[in-house]
Design a binder for this molecule. Structure first.
Ligand code: ADP
Length: 581
């Protein structure tokens, strides 16, 4: 139980918990050995004192040197073990954690990545894990080890002389109390710093992404000024946060050290009243310096631990987001997509309400409706990019929420507007459609997708690198590449989001031709923006504010004279043929 809580709190793996226990164990041993050193010093000193005051013979040199050597040896061995158990093991923990976070991300519903800022996710995998690494290696084992060893020593001291023990130890709980009291403030300022840091990286990313627009519209100065402000703000909250923790840590350290003064005062008083002798006070003073040492180190570390809580929480958020899992086999009887009373919310607000419709195999079903009515959401849900909240989405009678997304997606091709192209050759970019496809197959798909003529114009044909995200290609060309990918994959279900950006007539005809090859005989769900697609569709589902307003064939809907008919008429009056309002 404690172990689970501990693991969650510090975002540790199972192995990490074990390693921390080892680290704490060796820290206890090291601290006790060091205390043993204090004991040896005390023994030697009392021997000398006996000689000085009572004329007793000097302690034998051989046993004294033997004791010291034994101490040095023990100290070396235990420190080495502690080092291995804290630093050594932690480096593996960092690797395991990054891998397990990445593995977790792989299994999360794809929709999660639309919701989370990607700069933020990268910051978690790299930055947060780094920060935690320090806590894992420098803090946890040491701190928990110090708690235990100090507990043991405190009990011994209390048994020896409780008055001196209290005078010497009261500072420790007081200092910790102060630090724990400041915990909320530290966590809050860490949160603020983190947010400010993410704003800075977002700002930089945004500027880089939009550099063309910024230059074209002469907005460099305004942009830089905005960025400057974000950086200044980051610096300000960071300094304020550091100052706050610094103050608390130093105050705690001073309070702890006040124990030395009280020990001397109480000790002197006890000596004067004759209840203890000087050597006992001397022993306590020796012990006290060693008791503070592990805490001195950990006070600063505790502050770091509080701050790292933000990092641990961010990592745990990834671990605790439900993964999309399901059966490893998917054997639908056909590929009809059926929405049954589907309700869905991205966050709290429901965006689809009681949506029911069927997209039949071999037909083109067009989703039509004003912007924001839920067309893209329906397309995403049809492929289980998100899990729905109410109702069911079925393909060939199988509820897709029971199928592992990786397996499910083998039956889908998605041709969306934001085609992702990789900085690789044209050939490899198309081959992404089906891993292991031969060059001939890739060429055939490219030809059917009307890519051939523009690929031939490229300097190295199929072997031309196309630059980051296809910077060297036009919108229509990129879309044709993504159609070629889908052709190569030859999946039975096609989700298609038509380009909203107007393509020139030639490009548009080519894209349409390519699509006609792709769509034949498949279950096609298309987010339609063009008249041509809508007219050619077998079925139209009109969405309005997340509900199905009308459905039927284009002719039926025109005859009914409802929302669809009005939208078509409106669009026909305006120059474009786009259906979105
Ligand atoms: P359409 O494709 O018809 O334009 P969408 O399906 O994109 O409509 O959006 C439907 C509603 O869902 C809108 O109100 C939109 O603001 C909201 N929405 C879309 N995507 C997200 C998202 N990733 N997170 C939160 N809300 C979203």
């Amino acid at each position: 139980m404690f172990s689970k809580k501990f693991q969650r709190k510090y975002a540790l793996t199972d192995q990490g918990v074990e390693n921390t226990k080892k680290g704490a164990f060796w820290t206890v041993i090291v601290n006790l050995v060091v205390m043993g050193g204090v004991g040896i010093l005390y023994l030697l000193m009392s021997g000398f004192m006996e000689t000085l005051t009572k004329g007793a013979p000097l302690p034998g040199i051989v046993p004294a040197v033997g004791l010291v050597l034994l101490f040095v040896l023990l100290s070396f061995v235990t420190h080495l073990q502690q080092y291995k158990a804290t630093y050594g093991l932690v480096y593996n923990e960092v690797k395991t954690t990054r891998l397990s976070l990445a593995e977790r991300l792989r299994k999360l519903p794809l929709g999660y990545f639309g919701k989370r800022d990607l700069a933020d996710l990268t910051e978690t995998i790299m930055g947060d894990v780094n920060r935690m690494e320090h806590v894992w290696s420098h803090v946890l084992g040491y701190l928990y080890g110090a708690y235990i060893s100090t507990g043991v020593i405190a009990i011994c001291l209390l048994l020896y002389d409780w008055r001196l023990a209290i005078a010497c130890l009261w500072g420790v709980p007081a200092a910790f109390g102060l630090l724990f009291g400041s915990r909320k403030t530290a966590a809050r300022s860490a949160q603020r710093t983190k947010k400010a840091a993410v704003r800075v990286s977002d700002g930089i990313q945004e500027a880089l992404e939009n550099i063309r627009e910024i230059r074209a519209t002469n907005q460099e100065e305004r942009y830089l000024e905005g960025l400057n402000q974000k950086i200044d703000e980051h610096e300000r909250v960071m300094i304020r946060g550091e100052l706050g923790t610094g103050l608390f840590v130093n105050a705690a350290s001073v309070i702890m050290r006040m124990g030395v003064a009280t020990t001397i005062l109480v000790g002197a008083d006890l000596i004067l009243s004759g209840s203890i002798d000087f050597m006992l006070l001397f022993l306590f003073l020796l012990v006290i310096t060693r008791i503070y040492a592990p805490f001195d180190q950990s006070l600063a570390l505790i502050a770091e631990m509080f701050i790292s809580q933000v990092s641990a929480d961010r990592m745990m958020e990834i671990y605790e987001t439900p993964v999309a899992e399901g059966s490893g086999t998917f054997a639908p009887k056909d590929h009809d997509i059926v929405f049954e009373h589907v309700g869905f919310a991205y966050d709290e607000k429901e965006v689809l309400h009681d949506v029911s419709f069927t997209a039949k195999e071999g037909e083109v079903t067009a989703l039509v409706g004003p912007s924001g009515s839920g067309k893209s959401t329906c397309a995403r849900l049809a492929a289980r990019l998100w899990d729905i909240d109410k109702g069911a989405v079925k393909v060939g009678g199988v509820d897709i929420s029971t199928v592992d997304p990786e397996v499910l997606l083998r039956d889908y091709s998605m041709v969306f507007q934001d085609v992702v192209l990789f900085d690789d050759t044209v050939m490899e970019n198309i081959r992404l459609g089906r891993h292991g496809a031969t060059n001939e197959e890739v060429r055939a798909a490219a030809k059917a997708a009307n890519c051939e003529e523009f690929i031939r114009r490229l300097p190295e044909g199929y072997d031309t690198p196309i630059g980051e995200n296809g910077a060297r290609l036009s919108g229509g060309e990129r879309q044709r590449i993504s159609i070629a990918r889908a052709l190569l994959k030859d999946a039975p279900i096609i989700l298609l989001d038509e380009a909203t950006a107007s393509l020139d007539v030639e490009n548009e005809t080519k894209v349409q031709e390519a699509l006609s090859h792709l769509l034949a005989g498949k279950t096609v769900l298309v987010i339609a923006h063009r008249m041509r697609t809508v007219e050619a569709a077998d079925k139209i589902v009109v969405l309005a504010e997340g509900r199905v307003a009308e459905e039927g064939s284009p002719a039926e809907l025109m005859a009914r004279g409802g929302l669809f008919c009005r939208m078509v008429e409106l669009q026909q009056q305006s120059a474009g043929w786009r259906l979105e309002s």
